[in-house]
Design a protein around this ligand. Structure first.
Ligand SMILES: [Zn+2]
Ligand SMILES: [Zn+2]
Length: 179
């Protein structure tokens, strides 16, 4: 989480331990992501960030999430709010576009709620969760900030069961990393 204040990192940490049951220490892993810059688009390629994150993750980490202010893209899309390795170790979220189109009276609160939801969403992918058709589910795919506002900060019952299965597997395979 690059140079983000506790007003962002604290709610993200809380949500991660609430949903996944793991502590989420904030550690600087990548100092500089210029390697991912596409100078033609003036945006950062999220897949390169994921590769670097995976390589740089501390060995004790079960998963690693980066939160960045820069604008991320994958080649087929104009931008992404984030990207994750499905069933892998790394994911990344960009706060860059999550401030767009906020009409609520407390834009800062909405902004942080969106970051929290997208962070949990991307981490969910690293635990093998796919996009969910349930509109209120945090694993629902959102194209706009308003879509993000409409979903809840919870997994639906179906995704919760899938996640619990995944967590059980993890505890069986890596008992030393269990909560
Ligand atoms: Zn997704
Ligand atoms: Zn779901």
């Amino acid at each position: 989480m690059d140079n983000l204040g506790p007003e962002i990192t604290e709610p993200v940490k809380k949500a991660i331990s609430r949903i996944f049951g793991f502590p989420a220490p904030v550690i600087p892993i990548i100092e500089n992501i210029d390697f991912a810059l596409d100078s033609g688009r003036n945006q950062y390629h999220s897949t390169s960030v994921l590769q670097q994150l995976e390589q740089s993750a501390p060995s004790f980490a079960i998963k690693v999430i980066a939160i960045t202010k820069v604008d991320l893209f994958i080649p087929i899309l104009t931008h992404v709010y984030g990207e994750a390795q499905l069933g892998g170790k790394a994911c990344v979220v960009s706060t860059c576009r999550l401030r767009d189109h906020i009409t609520a009276p407390n834009p800062d609160i909405v902004f942080i709620q969106r970051i929290v939801k997208e962070a949990v969403h991307e981490l969910g992918h690293t635990f093998s969760l796919r996009h969910c058709r349930e509109h209120a589910c945090i694993m629902h795919y959102c194209r706009t900030g308003l879509d993000v506002d409409r979903k809840s900060d919870q997994l639906c019952r179906y995704c919760r069961i899938l996640l619990d299965d995944e967590l059980k597997k993890l505890n069986r395979d890596h008992p030393e990393k269990s909560r």
